[in-house]
Design a protein around this ligand. Structure first.
Ligand code: ACO
Length: 418
Protein backbone atom coordinates (compact mmCIF):
# COMPACT_ATOMS: atom_id res chain seq x y z
CA UNK A 1 0.00 0.00 0.00
CA UNK A 2 1.05 3.59 -0.59
CA UNK A 3 0.36 4.59 3.00
CA UNK A 4 3.77 3.61 4.35
CA UNK A 5 6.51 6.18 3.94
CA UNK A 6 9.19 5.95 1.30
CA UNK A 7 11.80 8.32 -0.01
CA UNK A 8 13.21 8.44 -3.47
CA UNK A 9 16.87 9.26 -3.79
CA UNK A 10 16.24 13.00 -4.09
CA UNK A 11 14.70 13.43 -0.64
CA UNK A 12 11.11 13.48 -1.82
CA UNK A 13 8.73 11.57 0.41
CA UNK A 14 6.04 9.45 -1.23
CA UNK A 15 2.89 8.56 0.64
CA UNK A 16 -0.87 8.57 0.23
CA UNK A 17 -2.60 11.89 0.82
CA UNK A 18 -4.70 11.94 3.95
CA UNK A 19 -8.32 13.02 3.55
CA UNK A 20 -7.57 16.37 5.20
CA UNK A 21 -4.70 16.94 2.73
CA UNK A 22 -6.71 16.20 -0.40
CA UNK A 23 -7.59 19.81 -1.16
CA UNK A 24 -3.94 20.89 -1.21
CA UNK A 25 -2.98 17.73 -3.10
CA UNK A 26 -5.63 18.59 -5.70
CA UNK A 27 -4.38 22.19 -5.95
CA UNK A 28 -0.96 20.79 -6.90
CA UNK A 29 -2.60 18.75 -9.64
CA UNK A 30 -4.59 21.71 -10.98
CA UNK A 31 -1.44 23.84 -11.06
CA UNK A 32 0.47 21.09 -12.89
CA UNK A 33 -2.17 21.38 -15.62
CA UNK A 34 -1.76 25.15 -15.86
CA UNK A 35 -3.63 26.40 -12.84
CA UNK A 36 -7.03 27.10 -14.39
CA UNK A 37 -9.60 26.02 -11.80
CA UNK A 38 -12.48 23.81 -12.80
CA UNK A 39 -16.03 24.78 -11.98
CA UNK A 40 -16.80 24.26 -8.29
CA UNK A 41 -19.18 21.33 -8.91
CA UNK A 42 -16.60 19.55 -11.06
CA UNK A 43 -13.89 19.88 -8.44
CA UNK A 44 -16.29 18.76 -5.74
CA UNK A 45 -17.21 15.63 -7.70
CA UNK A 46 -13.57 14.79 -8.49
CA UNK A 47 -12.72 15.00 -4.79
CA UNK A 48 -15.67 12.75 -3.95
CA UNK A 49 -14.65 10.15 -6.53
CA UNK A 50 -10.99 9.89 -5.59
CA UNK A 51 -10.09 7.28 -2.98
CA UNK A 52 -7.49 8.86 -0.68
CA UNK A 53 -5.94 5.51 0.21
CA UNK A 54 -5.20 4.88 -3.48
CA UNK A 55 -3.52 8.25 -3.99
CA UNK A 56 0.16 9.02 -4.01
CA UNK A 57 1.51 12.41 -3.02
CA UNK A 58 5.12 13.44 -3.43
CA UNK A 59 6.08 15.76 -0.60
CA UNK A 60 9.09 18.06 -0.47
CA UNK A 61 8.95 18.96 3.20
CA UNK A 62 5.43 20.22 3.78
CA UNK A 63 4.84 21.03 0.10
CA UNK A 64 2.99 18.61 -2.14
CA UNK A 65 4.94 18.52 -5.42
CA UNK A 66 3.52 15.44 -7.10
CA UNK A 67 0.16 13.67 -7.38
CA UNK A 68 -1.21 10.41 -8.73
CA UNK A 69 -4.39 8.48 -8.05
CA UNK A 70 -6.11 5.23 -8.99
CA UNK A 71 -9.74 4.26 -9.43
CA UNK A 72 -10.79 0.68 -8.83
CA UNK A 73 -12.36 -0.03 -12.22
CA UNK A 74 -13.82 -3.11 -13.84
CA UNK A 75 -12.78 -3.03 -17.47
CA UNK A 76 -14.47 -5.09 -20.18
CA UNK A 77 -11.97 -7.32 -21.99
CA UNK A 78 -12.45 -9.42 -25.15
CA UNK A 79 -15.03 -12.07 -24.33
CA UNK A 80 -16.95 -9.65 -22.11
CA UNK A 81 -15.52 -10.32 -18.65
CA UNK A 82 -15.18 -7.36 -16.26
CA UNK A 83 -11.54 -7.39 -15.15
CA UNK A 84 -10.26 -5.45 -12.15
CA UNK A 85 -8.10 -2.63 -13.45
CA UNK A 86 -6.48 0.31 -11.68
CA UNK A 87 -7.58 3.44 -13.51
CA UNK A 88 -4.53 5.67 -13.15
CA UNK A 89 -5.46 9.31 -12.92
CA UNK A 90 -4.63 12.82 -11.68
CA UNK A 91 -0.91 12.57 -12.40
CA UNK A 92 1.03 15.80 -12.05
CA UNK A 93 4.39 17.10 -10.90
CA UNK A 94 4.97 20.71 -9.85
CA UNK A 95 6.84 22.66 -12.55
CA UNK A 96 9.50 23.48 -9.92
CA UNK A 97 10.26 19.76 -9.56
CA UNK A 98 10.00 18.39 -13.10
CA UNK A 99 12.54 16.14 -14.83
CA UNK A 100 14.07 15.00 -11.58
CA UNK A 101 12.46 11.60 -11.47
CA UNK A 102 9.38 12.40 -9.34
CA UNK A 103 6.98 10.88 -11.86
CA UNK A 104 9.22 7.84 -12.25
CA UNK A 105 9.26 7.25 -8.50
CA UNK A 106 5.47 7.65 -8.31
CA UNK A 107 4.98 5.19 -11.18
CA UNK A 108 7.30 2.73 -9.46
CA UNK A 109 5.35 2.98 -6.21
CA UNK A 110 2.01 2.87 -7.96
CA UNK A 111 2.65 -0.26 -10.01
CA UNK A 112 3.91 -2.01 -6.87
CA UNK A 113 0.68 -0.93 -5.15
CA UNK A 114 -1.52 -2.11 -8.02
CA UNK A 115 0.22 -5.47 -7.92
CA UNK A 116 -0.30 -5.73 -4.16
CA UNK A 117 -4.01 -4.96 -4.64
CA UNK A 118 -4.17 -7.98 -6.97
CA UNK A 119 -5.22 -5.99 -10.03
CA UNK A 120 -3.85 -7.57 -13.24
CA UNK A 121 -4.17 -4.37 -15.27
CA UNK A 122 -3.46 -0.68 -14.99
CA UNK A 123 -5.05 1.68 -17.51
CA UNK A 124 -4.91 5.41 -18.18
CA UNK A 125 -5.48 8.17 -20.66
CA UNK A 126 -2.37 10.24 -21.30
CA UNK A 127 -2.11 14.03 -21.48
CA UNK A 128 0.77 13.41 -23.91
CA UNK A 129 1.48 10.10 -25.69
CA UNK A 130 5.20 10.32 -25.01
CA UNK A 131 5.00 9.88 -21.24
CA UNK A 132 3.87 6.37 -20.35
CA UNK A 133 5.44 3.93 -22.81
CA UNK A 134 8.61 3.86 -20.68
CA UNK A 135 6.49 2.46 -17.82
CA UNK A 136 5.05 -0.34 -19.98
CA UNK A 137 1.75 1.24 -21.09
CA UNK A 138 0.69 0.67 -24.71
CA UNK A 139 -2.00 2.56 -26.65
CA UNK A 140 -4.79 -0.02 -26.85
CA UNK A 141 -7.85 1.93 -27.94
CA UNK A 142 -8.41 4.76 -30.35
CA UNK A 143 -11.30 7.14 -30.67
CA UNK A 144 -12.88 9.01 -33.56
CA UNK A 145 -13.67 12.70 -33.68
CA UNK A 146 -15.84 14.00 -36.50
CA UNK A 147 -16.99 17.36 -37.79
CA UNK A 148 -19.91 16.47 -40.00
CA UNK A 149 -21.24 18.96 -42.55
CA UNK A 150 -24.91 18.15 -42.01
CA UNK A 151 -25.96 20.71 -44.62
CA UNK A 152 -24.44 18.42 -47.28
CA UNK A 153 -24.19 14.92 -45.81
CA UNK A 154 -27.31 12.76 -45.85
CA UNK A 155 -27.97 9.73 -43.67
CA UNK A 156 -29.54 6.57 -45.14
CA UNK A 157 -31.38 4.83 -42.31
CA UNK A 158 -32.25 1.11 -42.03
CA UNK A 159 -35.80 -0.32 -41.95
CA UNK A 160 -37.56 0.18 -38.63
CA UNK A 161 -36.07 3.62 -37.96
CA UNK A 162 -39.48 5.28 -38.30
CA UNK A 163 -40.88 3.00 -35.57
CA UNK A 164 -38.59 4.61 -33.01
CA UNK A 165 -40.09 7.58 -31.19
CA UNK A 166 -37.94 10.39 -29.84
CA UNK A 167 -38.70 12.80 -27.04
CA UNK A 168 -36.81 15.41 -25.09
CA UNK A 169 -36.26 14.76 -21.39
CA UNK A 170 -34.38 16.54 -18.65
CA UNK A 171 -31.08 14.61 -18.42
CA UNK A 172 -31.45 14.05 -14.68
CA UNK A 173 -35.06 12.79 -15.01
CA UNK A 174 -34.07 9.91 -17.30
CA UNK A 175 -30.66 9.23 -15.79
CA UNK A 176 -31.58 5.92 -14.14
CA UNK A 177 -33.11 4.52 -17.33
CA UNK A 178 -30.15 5.71 -19.41
CA UNK A 179 -27.72 4.18 -16.91
CA UNK A 180 -29.55 0.84 -17.12
CA UNK A 181 -29.18 0.92 -20.92
CA UNK A 182 -25.51 1.87 -20.58
CA UNK A 183 -24.94 -1.06 -18.22
CA UNK A 184 -26.27 -3.41 -20.91
CA UNK A 185 -23.70 -2.03 -23.36
CA UNK A 186 -20.67 -2.34 -21.08
CA UNK A 187 -20.00 -6.10 -21.56
CA UNK A 188 -20.41 -5.82 -25.33
CA UNK A 189 -17.33 -3.74 -26.10
CA UNK A 190 -13.78 -4.18 -24.73
CA UNK A 191 -12.50 -0.99 -23.15
CA UNK A 192 -15.81 -0.01 -21.57
CA UNK A 193 -15.82 0.53 -17.82
CA UNK A 194 -18.63 -0.49 -15.46
CA UNK A 195 -19.93 2.49 -13.52
CA UNK A 196 -18.67 2.88 -9.99
CA UNK A 197 -21.01 4.53 -7.49
CA UNK A 198 -21.48 8.26 -8.18
CA UNK A 199 -19.84 8.10 -11.61
CA UNK A 200 -23.23 8.52 -13.26
CA UNK A 201 -23.07 12.12 -12.04
CA UNK A 202 -20.10 12.82 -14.31
CA UNK A 203 -22.41 12.57 -17.32
CA UNK A 204 -24.64 15.31 -15.91
CA UNK A 205 -21.89 17.82 -15.11
CA UNK A 206 -22.86 20.96 -16.97
CA UNK A 207 -21.01 24.00 -15.63
CA UNK A 208 -21.96 27.16 -17.46
CA UNK A 209 -18.32 28.29 -17.50
CA UNK A 210 -17.44 25.39 -19.82
CA UNK A 211 -20.23 25.75 -22.36
CA UNK A 212 -18.47 28.32 -24.58
CA UNK A 213 -21.70 29.78 -25.86
CA UNK A 214 -23.49 26.46 -26.19
CA UNK A 215 -26.80 25.53 -24.58
CA UNK A 216 -27.16 23.63 -21.33
CA UNK A 217 -26.97 19.87 -21.72
CA UNK A 218 -29.96 18.47 -23.60
CA UNK A 219 -31.16 14.89 -23.76
CA UNK A 220 -33.28 13.00 -26.26
CA UNK A 221 -34.47 9.50 -25.53
CA UNK A 222 -35.45 6.94 -28.16
CA UNK A 223 -38.31 4.58 -27.35
CA UNK A 224 -40.00 1.67 -29.06
CA UNK A 225 -43.30 0.41 -27.68
CA UNK A 226 -42.60 2.50 -24.58
CA UNK A 227 -39.18 0.92 -23.90
CA UNK A 228 -35.98 2.94 -23.88
CA UNK A 229 -33.80 1.82 -26.81
CA UNK A 230 -31.35 4.71 -27.06
CA UNK A 231 -30.40 8.19 -25.90
CA UNK A 232 -28.20 11.12 -26.78
CA UNK A 233 -26.89 13.97 -24.65
CA UNK A 234 -25.74 17.03 -26.53
CA UNK A 235 -25.55 20.80 -26.62
CA UNK A 236 -26.46 23.23 -29.40
CA UNK A 237 -24.32 26.25 -30.17
CA UNK A 238 -26.27 28.78 -32.24
CA UNK A 239 -24.37 30.92 -34.74
CA UNK A 240 -25.36 33.24 -37.57
CA UNK A 241 -23.69 35.13 -40.38
CA UNK A 242 -24.84 37.16 -43.43
CA UNK A 243 -25.97 33.99 -45.16
CA UNK A 244 -28.09 32.82 -42.25
CA UNK A 245 -27.88 30.20 -39.51
CA UNK A 246 -24.76 28.03 -39.11
CA UNK A 247 -25.16 26.54 -35.65
CA UNK A 248 -23.47 23.42 -34.31
CA UNK A 249 -24.63 20.34 -32.47
CA UNK A 250 -22.07 19.11 -29.94
CA UNK A 251 -22.60 15.45 -29.13
CA UNK A 252 -21.59 14.32 -25.65
CA UNK A 253 -22.99 10.80 -25.18
CA UNK A 254 -24.93 8.40 -27.34
CA UNK A 255 -25.96 4.81 -26.79
CA UNK A 256 -28.43 2.68 -28.72
CA UNK A 257 -29.50 -0.94 -28.41
CA UNK A 258 -30.02 -1.77 -32.09
CA UNK A 259 -29.42 -0.39 -35.61
CA UNK A 260 -32.80 1.31 -36.00
CA UNK A 261 -32.59 2.98 -32.58
CA UNK A 262 -29.09 4.21 -33.35
CA UNK A 263 -30.09 5.52 -36.77
CA UNK A 264 -33.10 7.35 -35.32
CA UNK A 265 -30.91 9.18 -32.84
CA UNK A 266 -28.23 10.02 -35.41
CA UNK A 267 -30.88 11.24 -37.89
CA UNK A 268 -32.27 13.52 -35.21
CA UNK A 269 -28.79 14.98 -34.56
CA UNK A 270 -28.28 15.54 -38.31
CA UNK A 271 -31.60 17.32 -38.73
CA UNK A 272 -31.77 19.94 -35.99
CA UNK A 273 -32.92 23.20 -37.58
CA UNK A 274 -30.54 26.17 -37.71
CA UNK A 275 -27.48 23.90 -37.40
CA UNK A 276 -25.12 22.81 -40.16
CA UNK A 277 -22.34 20.98 -38.29
CA UNK A 278 -22.44 18.00 -35.96
CA UNK A 279 -19.33 17.70 -33.78
CA UNK A 280 -18.69 14.30 -32.23
CA UNK A 281 -15.76 13.53 -29.93
CA UNK A 282 -14.36 10.32 -28.54
CA UNK A 283 -16.62 7.91 -30.45
CA UNK A 284 -15.83 4.27 -31.36
CA UNK A 285 -13.69 4.01 -34.49
CA UNK A 286 -16.07 1.43 -36.01
CA UNK A 287 -19.33 3.23 -35.25
CA UNK A 288 -22.12 2.40 -37.71
CA UNK A 289 -23.09 5.96 -38.71
CA UNK A 290 -19.96 6.08 -40.88
CA UNK A 291 -21.60 3.51 -43.17
CA UNK A 292 -24.89 5.43 -43.38
CA UNK A 293 -23.55 8.78 -44.58
CA UNK A 294 -23.65 9.90 -48.21
CA UNK A 295 -20.20 11.57 -48.05
CA UNK A 296 -17.66 10.38 -45.49
CA UNK A 297 -15.11 12.99 -46.60
CA UNK A 298 -17.37 15.81 -45.46
CA UNK A 299 -17.43 14.19 -42.02
CA UNK A 300 -13.73 14.98 -41.38
CA UNK A 301 -13.09 11.93 -39.22
CA UNK A 302 -9.83 11.95 -37.26
CA UNK A 303 -8.42 9.30 -34.93
CA UNK A 304 -6.62 9.71 -31.63
CA UNK A 305 -5.05 7.42 -29.07
CA UNK A 306 -7.32 6.91 -26.06
CA UNK A 307 -6.86 4.15 -23.45
CA UNK A 308 -3.37 2.93 -22.55
CA UNK A 309 -3.11 -0.55 -21.05
CA UNK A 310 -0.36 -1.93 -18.79
CA UNK A 311 -0.29 -5.61 -17.90
CA UNK A 312 0.66 -5.65 -14.22
CA UNK A 313 0.37 -9.42 -13.99
CA UNK A 314 0.96 -10.89 -17.45
CA UNK A 315 -0.28 -14.38 -16.62
CA UNK A 316 -3.48 -13.28 -14.87
CA UNK A 317 -4.25 -10.63 -17.50
CA UNK A 318 -3.85 -13.00 -20.47
CA UNK A 319 -6.01 -15.59 -18.68
CA UNK A 320 -8.75 -13.07 -17.91
CA UNK A 321 -9.79 -12.56 -21.55
CA UNK A 322 -10.85 -15.00 -24.22
CA UNK A 323 -9.49 -15.46 -27.76
CA UNK A 324 -11.61 -15.37 -30.88
CA UNK A 325 -9.62 -18.23 -32.46
CA UNK A 326 -7.62 -21.04 -30.85
CA UNK A 327 -4.13 -20.01 -29.79
CA UNK A 328 -1.17 -21.92 -28.33
CA UNK A 329 1.90 -19.71 -28.38
CA UNK A 330 4.94 -19.18 -26.16
CA UNK A 331 5.65 -15.48 -25.61
CA UNK A 332 9.01 -14.10 -24.51
CA UNK A 333 8.08 -10.94 -22.63
CA UNK A 334 10.48 -8.11 -21.81
CA UNK A 335 9.51 -5.95 -18.85
CA UNK A 336 12.29 -3.84 -17.34
CA UNK A 337 9.98 -1.75 -15.13
CA UNK A 338 8.05 -4.70 -13.64
CA UNK A 339 10.61 -7.54 -13.87
CA UNK A 340 8.25 -10.04 -12.26
CA UNK A 341 6.55 -10.26 -15.68
CA UNK A 342 9.70 -10.88 -17.70
CA UNK A 343 10.35 -14.27 -19.24
CA UNK A 344 8.50 -16.93 -21.17
CA UNK A 345 4.75 -17.50 -20.91
CA UNK A 346 2.74 -20.16 -22.69
CA UNK A 347 -0.74 -18.98 -23.62
CA UNK A 348 -3.35 -21.52 -24.67
CA UNK A 349 -6.91 -20.43 -25.23
CA UNK A 350 -9.94 -20.01 -27.41
CA UNK A 351 -13.37 -18.36 -27.30
CA UNK A 352 -14.30 -20.26 -24.13
CA UNK A 353 -11.30 -19.47 -21.92
CA UNK A 354 -7.54 -19.44 -21.58
CA UNK A 355 -4.63 -20.45 -19.42
CA UNK A 356 -1.28 -18.72 -19.27
CA UNK A 357 1.64 -20.09 -17.29
CA UNK A 358 5.39 -19.78 -17.11
CA UNK A 359 7.27 -22.19 -19.33
CA UNK A 360 10.77 -23.30 -20.26
CA UNK A 361 9.69 -24.10 -23.83
CA UNK A 362 11.31 -22.14 -26.68
CA UNK A 363 9.87 -18.68 -27.34
CA UNK A 364 7.69 -18.32 -30.45
CA UNK A 365 6.92 -14.58 -30.29
CA UNK A 366 9.09 -11.97 -28.60
CA UNK A 367 7.80 -8.59 -27.52
CA UNK A 368 7.82 -6.13 -24.65
CA UNK A 369 4.99 -5.71 -22.17
CA UNK A 370 4.12 -2.42 -23.88
CA UNK A 371 3.20 -4.20 -27.12
CA UNK A 372 1.23 -6.77 -25.16
CA UNK A 373 -0.71 -3.90 -23.57
CA UNK A 374 -1.38 -2.33 -26.97
CA UNK A 375 -2.71 -5.63 -28.38
CA UNK A 376 -4.54 -6.73 -25.22
CA UNK A 377 -8.01 -5.34 -25.97
CA UNK A 378 -8.00 -6.57 -29.57
CA UNK A 379 -7.77 -3.18 -31.27
CA UNK A 380 -4.10 -3.19 -32.33
CA UNK A 381 -3.06 -6.22 -34.41
CA UNK A 382 0.14 -7.98 -33.37
CA UNK A 383 0.89 -8.22 -37.11
CA UNK A 384 0.89 -4.44 -37.32
CA UNK A 385 3.30 -4.15 -34.38
CA UNK A 386 5.45 -6.85 -35.98
CA UNK A 387 5.54 -4.92 -39.26
CA UNK A 388 7.16 -2.11 -37.29
CA UNK A 389 9.67 -4.49 -35.72
CA UNK A 390 8.04 -4.24 -32.30
CA UNK A 391 7.09 -7.96 -32.22
CA UNK A 392 9.43 -10.68 -33.47
CA UNK A 393 8.17 -14.00 -34.82
CA UNK A 394 10.44 -16.90 -33.79
CA UNK A 395 8.22 -19.78 -34.96
CA UNK A 396 6.68 -19.50 -38.41
CA UNK A 397 2.91 -19.12 -38.11
CA UNK A 398 2.92 -17.98 -34.50
CA UNK A 399 2.38 -14.33 -35.42
CA UNK A 400 -0.73 -14.90 -37.54
CA UNK A 401 -2.12 -17.37 -35.02
CA UNK A 402 -1.70 -14.98 -32.09
CA UNK A 403 -2.76 -11.89 -34.02
CA UNK A 404 -6.04 -13.44 -35.20
CA UNK A 405 -6.73 -14.84 -31.71
CA UNK A 406 -6.10 -11.51 -29.97
CA UNK A 407 -8.46 -9.58 -32.29
CA UNK A 408 -11.89 -8.32 -31.34
CA UNK A 409 -14.97 -8.33 -33.57
CA UNK A 410 -15.84 -4.85 -32.29
CA UNK A 411 -13.26 -2.10 -31.85
CA UNK A 412 -12.34 -1.53 -28.22
CA UNK A 413 -13.46 1.86 -26.95
CA UNK A 414 -13.28 3.92 -23.80
CA UNK A 415 -16.50 5.94 -23.58
CA UNK A 416 -15.26 8.67 -21.23
CA UNK A 417 -12.10 10.08 -19.75
CA UNK A 418 -11.12 9.70 -16.12
C1 ACO B 1 -2.88 9.68 -16.37
C2 ACO B 1 -2.69 11.15 -16.28
O1 ACO B 1 -3.08 11.74 -15.33
S1 ACO B 1 -1.91 11.95 -17.57
C3 ACO B 1 -1.43 13.54 -16.93
C4 ACO B 1 0.06 13.75 -16.86
N1 ACO B 1 0.28 15.09 -16.31
C5 ACO B 1 0.54 16.19 -17.05
O2 ACO B 1 0.63 16.16 -18.26
C6 ACO B 1 0.65 17.50 -16.27
C7 ACO B 1 1.87 18.32 -16.75
N2 ACO B 1 3.12 17.59 -16.69
C8 ACO B 1 3.65 17.15 -15.52
O3 ACO B 1 3.08 17.31 -14.45
C9 ACO B 1 5.00 16.44 -15.58
O4 ACO B 1 5.79 17.01 -16.60
C10 ACO B 1 4.92 14.91 -15.81
C11 ACO B 1 4.05 14.30 -14.75
C12 ACO B 1 4.33 14.62 -17.19
C13 ACO B 1 6.33 14.34 -15.78
O5 ACO B 1 6.86 14.44 -14.47
P1 ACO B 1 8.46 14.44 -14.18
O6 ACO B 1 8.62 14.27 -12.71
O7 ACO B 1 9.08 15.61 -14.83
O8 ACO B 1 8.91 13.11 -14.94
P2 ACO B 1 10.30 12.33 -14.70
O9 ACO B 1 11.36 13.31 -14.28
O10 ACO B 1 10.08 11.18 -13.82
O11 ACO B 1 10.58 11.85 -16.18
C14 ACO B 1 10.78 10.52 -16.55
C15 ACO B 1 11.11 10.45 -18.01
O12 ACO B 1 9.96 10.84 -18.77
C16 ACO B 1 10.30 11.92 -19.64
N3 ACO B 1 9.14 12.82 -19.67
C17 ACO B 1 8.48 13.30 -18.61
N4 ACO B 1 7.46 14.07 -19.02
C18 ACO B 1 7.47 14.05 -20.36
C19 ACO B 1 6.67 14.65 -21.34
N5 ACO B 1 5.62 15.45 -21.01
N6 ACO B 1 6.97 14.41 -22.63
C20 ACO B 1 8.00 13.61 -22.95
N7 ACO B 1 8.81 13.00 -22.05
C21 ACO B 1 8.54 13.24 -20.77
C22 ACO B 1 11.49 12.57 -18.99
O13 ACO B 1 12.25 13.29 -19.93
C23 ACO B 1 12.23 11.37 -18.45
O14 ACO B 1 12.90 10.72 -19.52
P3 ACO B 1 14.26 9.92 -19.28
O15 ACO B 1 13.89 8.77 -18.35
O16 ACO B 1 14.63 9.47 -20.65
O17 ACO B 1 15.18 10.89 -18.63
Amino acid sequence: MATDLARNDRGIELRAARRDELDGWYDTLVRAFGGVSEAAEERQLSLELIEPERTIGAWDGAACVGTAGAFDFRLTVPGGAPVRAAGITMVGVAATHRRRGVLTSMMRRQLDDVRSWGRPLAVLTASEPDIYGRFGYGAATFQATAEIDTSRVRLAVPPGTDDVRLRYAAPADVLDACEALYARQVPLRPGMVARLPRWERVALLDPESERNGASPLQCVVAERDGDLVGYARFRVRPDWDQAGPKGSVLLTDLEALDPAAGAAVWRFLFDIDLTSTLHTRGRPVDEAWQHLVSDIRRCRVTLRDSLYVRLVDVGAALEARTYQAPVDVVFAVEDDFCPWNAGRWRLTGDAKGASCARTEEPAELALSVRELGAAYLGGVPLTSLAAGGRVRELRQGALTEASVAFGSPVAPWLPHGF
